[in-house]
Design a protein around this ligand. Sequence first.
Ligand SMILES: [Cu+2]
Length: 209
Amino acid sequence: MNSKTTQIVFGILVFAGMNWAATLAGVDGTGQITGTVKVRGVRNSANVIVYLEGRDGAARAPAPDSHHQLMDQKDLTFEPHVLPVVKGSAIDFPNSDKVRHNVYSPAESAHQFNLGTYPAGVVKTVEFAKSGVVPLLCNVHSDMTGFILVLDTPYFATTDKYGRFAIAGVPPGKYLLHAWHEKVKSAEQEVTVEAGKPTTVQIELAGKK
Ligand SMILES: [Cu+2]
């Protein structure tokens, strides 16, 4: 690569990087929150749902996603293991396995339902109108577990295995940030989002529920 080509490639990379940073930080007057959640006493820090509860009237009464969300049944697991959605969203439950499943949510869940058994190729859809935790179980396979978190906010993210998360496009204001994990006690902390400026938080979850 000659130096001119190198310069052009470098220029494109810088431009792409700036675009990406501008999108995350919000050229539209929004801000973003990034951070890491450390979960004590579990294999890794994945599958924590982080969400923002609006203060000062911010982020209240969001519109549900108009397209359906997806909770697959694949290789005898729920995929994804945890799924945050806005209240009022519809979730499709396909069966991508060769065996039959019988998905249901137990009595204590925010939305109780039982889909019955159905084969591959069939998709059943459920609408979640009430916020809260909906554990998922299968009558056929007792070790299949999953969770749906129905939220009153569109500002949420799920951590990766390193506990990292990012929530972009957040209107400036004060929020209470919640971190939820299926096995460990939840935690909350106050955060302030500023336009065009990333806010970084570190959260630690410890102690069994
Ligand atoms: Cu099953």
